[in-house]
Ligand binder design. Structure first.
Ligand SMILES: Cc1cc2nc3c(=O)[nH]c(=O)nc-3n(C[C@H](O)[C@H](O)[C@H](O)COP(=O)(O)OP(=O)(O)OC[C@H]3O[C@@H](n4cnc5c(N)ncnc54)[C@H](O)[C@@H]3O)c2cc1C
Length: 237
């Protein structure tokens, strides 16, 4: 059985950031990722001042700052059933500090690009974890039938985490929703203010934030409720 000091499960934002933080301290780790490359699911991600502090510590902030404009403000717009519109300021406001929306692909690629070659092992799906009865170290079983004994296992394997399940965490399902996210590219600049707009009506939420003067990130989220399920019985399957 292969022996590795520190294994990180998952090469998402958290797994890559943990591996890079260890690397900056001169500590080696191996990241096991089930996908064949780093994922950028979700299109964009808002990074607030606490996130920027981490990215500065990791030594990647200046590279990422050059990929996105600072967001100067935001508005929350709520459209009521009678058609009336209520508007209130939304974080980020300038006093909060640095806030930018990054392309998730930029973030994960910059984090991954700083790691020594071979740190991330792709197509390595963890199927289960058990404790070695002799050493009490975790033994990580992979889908290809091999196993790794680690001294430290860090669970960054996202929702439905195998590591979380192993240590007995029971995540709560808060709500169920359907979301579409994406970018719109404007070859000659969008001309929009650099602000985060959120518009809510009933169970539907739309958000929009420019990343650069030519690229806008947007999402449309619909929270399911029992009435939707009656309207679209296929959802039940
Ligand atoms: C679909 C989706 C879209 C989102 N979009 C946004 C957004 O646009 N903006 C925003 O601010 N936030 C968004 N979020 C929330 C936030 O970005 C996520 O919570 C964040 O990605 C969490 O990072 P993570 O590294 O913990 O997990 P993840 O990004 O989920 O990464 C976990 C990694 O572990 C790997 N993995 C999982 N199981 C195993 C296994 N058994 N073996 C090996 N590898 C495994 C996965 O392939 C994945 O690469 C989104 C969340 C989701 C689920």
């Amino acid at each position: 059985m292969e022996e590795i000091e520190i294994v990180i499960a998952g090469a998402g934002i958290c797994g890559l950031a943990v591996a890079l933080a260890l690397h900056r301290k001169g500590i080696k780790s191996v990241v096991l990722e089930k996908a064949e490359s780093v994922r950028a699911t979700g299109a964009g991600i808002g990074i607030q001042p606490n996130g920027w502090r981490v990215l500065h510590q990791l030594g990647v902030a200046s590279t990422l700052q050059s990929t996105a404009l600072p967001i100067l403000g935001g508005r929350d717009i709520s459209i009521q059933n009678n058609g009336k519109r209520r508007e209130s300021p939304l974080l980020p406001v300038p006093s909060v500090g640095e806030v930018r929306c990054l392309k998730r692909s930029d973030l994960v690629n910059v984090l991954a690009g700083q790691l020594p070659t071979g740190t991330i092992r792709f197509e390595c799906q963890i199927v289960s974890v058990e404790l070695d009865s002799l050493t009490s170290y975790p033994i990580i079983h992979l889908q290809d039938g091999t196993a790794i004994r680690a001294k430290v296992l860090v669970g960054c394997d996202g929702a439905n985490s195998i590591v979380g399940n192993f240590i007995g965490l029971k995540p709560k399902k808060v709500f169920s929703s359907c979301t579409v996210r994406g970018f719109t590219e404007y070859p000659n600049s969008h001309g929009l203010p650099i602000e985060f707009i959120r518009i809510r009506k009933g169970n539907t939420l739309f958000g929009r934030v420019p990343i650069t003067d030519k690229l806008v990130y947007w999402f449309l989220l619909h929270r399911w409720n029992p009435t939707d399920i009656l309207k679209w019985p296929k959802i039940q399957n």
